[in-house]
Design a protein around this ligand. Structure first.
Ligand SMILES: *Cc1c(COP(=O)(O)O)cnc(C)c1O
Length: 378
């Protein structure tokens, strides 16, 4: 059997070890230190907008803190894109709140502004105003932010942007993660850059950042002894992980180019195959980091289902994955309200993510290419 080709695997740049070595040399083996500050500054410089970044242990932790800072508590409702990874929605449940799921539109696969408006209006008519809106930029594709922001502003509901998959993506020239009251980034092992595990909260005010740092370091009041007036969390990023992050920031631009080149690679491959569509930018307002290349397969045209292709790749030891299964179809969220049609469900039924790593070799790409061509030739 040939070596496994992964969907998306870590790709070190080279200087990660240097920063980690510095941490060892100075004995900064803790969830604070120069790498944590340095990594936050690197991210702030990259995102350009006047943002303040808090490095955390995970993107999920960042979402949780964003909800807390938006005042989400027991019995509240939070609107959330249905088509996403469960980590977008789970922190709503951590707070004892109820997610209200909204369908996608078929251009970006992200939250549909029309269903968003319908959801807010209906929840208001039932006497409850949603406390926040979680919008996701799936696979790096920016959501239709102008429309979504206009609705959020109209109803005065804060936006939490889940940009876990979209570091480096832009909408109308502005970076994803910098539009909402809060933005969320992830540096898990499969993301476009990784700290082995980690995340960040993007804030716009010093107060919001200070509060996130306070909550993520066990909410210690200012006193020589351990004094607490709030429930705290242990969510800060370690100085070791942040060292990896600093090395990764040096190659981020290059990683975005490589991921986008993978989408081009698949674009050329599927150009000849009628019935396969790739998720691409609708127009120049959208710029995706193309974290993962995602396709939909029309079985009526191709005679092949996404499961057929997934199995065919698996036999060749090539990993691929169905798109995110929408949250409103998940057993754990079956009792949560849902607004929409069957866009996300159809995407799930037809969609597949293909190997998209920035570290795929020409030989590996050739293996992927011939496996796909063989499947569609039959
Ligand atoms: C990866 C991911 C997260 C969670 O990030 P972690 O760092 O793994 O906690 C949240 N939302 C989406 C859309 C993701 O892809």
């Amino acid at each position: 059997m040939e070596d496994k080709i992964w969907l998306s695997s870590p790709h070190m740049g080279g200087n990660e070890k240097k920063y980690v070595q510095e941490a060892f040399d100075a004995n900064w083996i803790a969830p604070l230190g120069p790498n944590v500050n340095g990594f936050e500054e690197d991210l702030e410089a990259f995102l350009k907008a006047e943002v303040k970044v808090v490095a955390l242990s995970a993107g999920t932790a960042a979402l949780h803190l964003a909800l807390i800072e938006c005042g989400v508590g027991y019995g509240d409702e939070v609107i959330c894109q249905s088509m996403t990874f469960s980590a977008s929605a789970n922190p709503i449940a951590y707070q004892g709140a109820t997610p209200v799921f909204v369908d996608s539109e078929s251009t970006t696969w992200n939250m549909c502004p029309l269903y968003l408006r319908e959801a807010i209006s209906d929840r208001l008519s039932k006497g409850k105003k949603p406390k926040a809106i979680i919008v996701v930029h799936l696979y790096g594709m920016p959501a239709k932010m102008d429309e979504i922001i206009a609705i959020a502003n109209e109803f005065e509901i804060p936006i939490i942007e889940d940009a876990a998959e979209a570091l480096g993506s832009t909408y109308k020239g502005r970076f994803c993660g910098t539009f909402g009251r809060f933005g969320v980034l992830s540096f898990n092992g499969n993301k476009i850059i990784t700290t082995s595990g980690g995340g960040a909260l993007v804030c716009h005010t010093k107060e919001d950042k200070d509060k996130a740092v306070f909550l993520s370091t066990q909410a210690r009041d200012n006193a020589p002894h351990y004094q607490h007036s709030h429930i705290g969390y242990n969510y800060r990023m370690s100085n070791i992980c942040a060292g990896i992050g600093r090395g990764q920031m040096e190659v981020l631009k290059n990683r975005i180019e490589s991921r986008r080149a993978m989408t081009k690679f698949y674009g050329n491959l599927f150009a000849k195959i009628d019935g396969v569509k790739i998720l691409t930018e609708d127009n120049g307002d959208f710029y995706s980091n193309h974290w993962l290349t995602a396709i939909t397969i029309d079985e009526n045209k191709t005679g092949i289902s996404r499961e057929d292709l997934r199995q065919a790749l698996l036999v060749e030891n090539i990993e691929s994955r169905p798109l995110w299964k929408p949250m409103h179809l998940q057993p754990i969220f079956q009792n949560s309200p849902y607004y929409g049609g069957n866009i996300a469900e159809e995407l799930f039924n037809m969609g597949l993510c293909l190997p998209s790593g920035s570290n795929l070799t020409p030989t590996e790409k050739e293996r992927i290419k011939s496996a796909i061509e063989r499947k569609f030739d039959k």
